[in-house]
Design a protein around this ligand. Structure first.
Ligand code: FES
Length: 330
């Protein structure tokens, strides 16, 4: 179901160490190819690496700057190849990227509504930095809380402090360090108890951070429509009772047996049926595939409730089947 769009070639114009393990990459359009496609805060691009890996990174540059895109990448200790490849890039290299896509859009604040609350955990700051850059020019501004393990892990501190000075709200950005004094640590409960459930919350970061915010917000009365989130990575849920099932390809009738310890995408790929993948953790949506028959066992962090309940689509990189056979529109 993913639409194939022509790739854009860009030049890695500048690489900067932003924090412990985090590097930013400024990607410039090639001469004669400006402006780059427009994007809204919250958007990401896919970076196609030389090894054939495809990885998604949020844009953290200003949506108003059409001459460059900036992404920032944490070199993951358990890298599956993507962040390590990004960190070995050098200035002057060329990269193929997709046009921006946005699954985490910033809603335009309506007058009289509470200012949006941006909650970042670690590398989750990247899409929220783009949102802060966009919101700083509005009448209301924004509030951003940025939680990191330690000061050395804080990225973009100077940019965030500059945005604070431009914001109509004093102390719009607050930093919270896990290893700092107790009084400055982020208490999600206190923060939400002192905010209105009419506030749009945007949260990005590690899975545990996002889940803690969503759970607390639910308990404090936030409606789902006011909660916006994007996972960077997530553990793929497995179940000790997972069983084998079959996938039938609607166009050819070929049947694949999916064993309890294999994914649909990897099994089909071995048989020559390729479904495009990127995160392989159910967070990016790249592999979304239409279901013709059968009941998916959704294990992703991407589909909304109505898509999930419709059983018309599946993210086959991580999801399984409740029915004995699943027929996919391939
Ligand atoms: Fe990202 Fe399946 S590849 S959701």
């Amino acid at each position: 179901m993913s639409k194939i769009e022509p790739l854009i070639q860009v030049r890695v114009a500048a690489i900067k160490d932003e924090a412990m393990g985090i590097r930013s990459f400024e990607l410039h359009a090639l001469p004669g190819h400006t402006p780059l496609p427009a994007f809204k805060a919250g958007a990401h691009i896919e970076v196609h690496l030389a090894s054939g890996l495809v990885r998604q990174y949020s844009l953290c540059s200003s949506p108003h700057d059409r001459g460059r895109y900036t992404v920032a990448v944490l070199h993951a200790a358990n890298s599956r190849g993507g962040s390590a490849a990004m960190h070995s890039l050098t200035e002057g290299q060329f990269l193929d990227i997709s046009p921006p896509r946005n699954h985490f859009p910033l809603q335009t604040p309506r007058s009289g509504e509470p200012v949006p609350l941006l909650l970042a955990g670690g590398i989750g700051i990247t899409p929220l930095l783009a949102m802060a850059r966009e919101l700083v020019g509005s009448d209301e501004g924004f509030e951003l809380r940025y939680a990191c393990r330690t000061e050395a892990a804080v990225a973009f501190r100077s940019e965030l402090e500059a945005l604070t000075k431009q914001s109509p709200i004093s102390r719009a950005v607050k930093f919270h360090l896990d290893d700092g004094p107790a009084a400055q640590r982020l208490s999600i409960t206190d923060l939400l108890l002192n905010s209105s459930p009419e506030t749009d919350i945007y949260v990005c970061g590690p899975q545990g951070f996002i889940e803690a915010v969503l759970e607390q917000a639910g308990q404090c009365g936030w409606p789902d429509s006011k909660l916006h989130f994007e996972y960077f990575g997530a553990s793929v849920n497995t179940d000790a009772e997972d069983d084998d099932f079959e996938v039938r390809i609607a166009s050819t009738g070929r049947v694949f047996r999916i064993s309890r310890d294999a994914s649909i995408t990897s099994t089909l790929a071995k048989g020559g049926v390729e479904i495009p993948v990127s995160c392989e953790q159910g967070v990016c949506g790249t592999c979304m595939t239409e279901v013709v028959e059968g009941e998916p066992d959704h294990r992703d962090h991407y589909l909304g409730t109505s898509e999930r309940e419709s059983n018309k689509v599946i993210l086959p990189c991580c999801s399984r089947s409740k029915s004995r056979t699943l027929v996919l529109a391939l």
